[in-house]
Design a protein around this ligand. Sequence first.
Ligand SMILES: Cc1cc2nc3c(=O)[nH]c(=O)nc-3n(C[C@H](O)[C@H](O)[C@H](O)COP(=O)(O)OP(=O)(O)OC[C@H]3O[C@@H](n4cnc5c(N)ncnc54)[C@H](O)[C@@H]3O)c2cc1C
Length: 301
Amino acid sequence: MTCEKVAIIGAGPTGIASAVQLKRYGLEPFLFESDQAGGLVRNAWKIENYPGFPDGISGIELAGIMQKQLRKAGVLPIFQRVKKLTYHHDSEQFILQTDINNYRAGAVIVAAGTKAIRPNFVDRLPERINKRILSEVYPLLSIAEKRIIIIGAGDVGLDYTVNLAHANDVIVINRSECSQALPLLKNLADKSGRISIMSNTEVRDVVETSGGRLEMSLEREGELYQIEADYIVAAIGREPADDFIDDEFRRYENDLIECGRLYYAGDISNGIYRQVGIAVGDGLMAAMRVFRKLKERKQCI
Ligand SMILES: Cc1cc2nc3c(=O)[nH]c(=O)nc-3n(C[C@H](O)[C@H](O)[C@H](O)COP(=O)(O)OP(=O)(O)OC[C@H]3O[C@@H](n4cnc5c(N)ncnc54)[C@H](O)[C@@H]3O)c2cc1C
């Protein structure tokens, strides 16, 4: 089928679902990914609420299955970060700018998910220290017998903790008295002999020791403490990953959404409702809407 090009930004569960559905219609979408296909799900310790896996499935395994499905559907992601998204009214085309090329598309599904909020103190740290302060855990899943500090005791912080504590000692820093995480995660953290949680504690600073480890200064009830670690993982919140959209684009994006050329789908647009099942459903719906609009505009023949 000859069709106007559709571009999808992000190959997490949302973008993968969109791409597979568009392929089923006979389209050849561009699927852009700045990292690896699978998205945020690669960090999840165990996903128990996505239908089809009665015993639950680790995030890394689920991402692997999704990558396989992409390959089987014949979708080859373009592993480039979209740096800027613009729309040219005269040609009715979007331009997706990457470091390597400019790509044109008649419709765009923005499925870029969320990005981590980084703690303030990282800005003034040298790069060699910053490299060991992460916001996701999948790069650490193969390490063992290290000490890791997790900042944040919400769902994501405790999920990261349980994921890493099978082979490492993990200290969780919690600003408040109680964790807001799922009871299931709290129970697992309580039972593990390798996890300690410091409540009512604020991070003050991080420096490098002469031995090359990270030393974190903490304050609890007016007292200062220092603890050493090999890695720090910050889980203090996430925000939409929309750096490639500027104010000018924002001025006319509602018109593009209304005329069915632009779609936001998945975590980037779902506020606190960030779950794989929702993301996949959103991705499918965006693809179905795109195709319907292309047919209405007689852009598919
Ligand atoms: C620790 C943890 C545990 C979780 N546990 C569960 C669970 O048990 N059950 C559940 O249902 N959900 C869980 N989730 C949530 C789930 O992972 C997300 O809801 C889901 O991954 C969202 O999919 P998405 O495709 O919208 O976004 P993402 O998965 O974030 O994917 C977005 C993709 O876009 C890419 N991207 C971003 N910007 C650009 C750009 N400019 N150019 C190109 N590519 C770009 C990113 O690299 C990423 O691959 C968990 C999340 C975390 C962090």
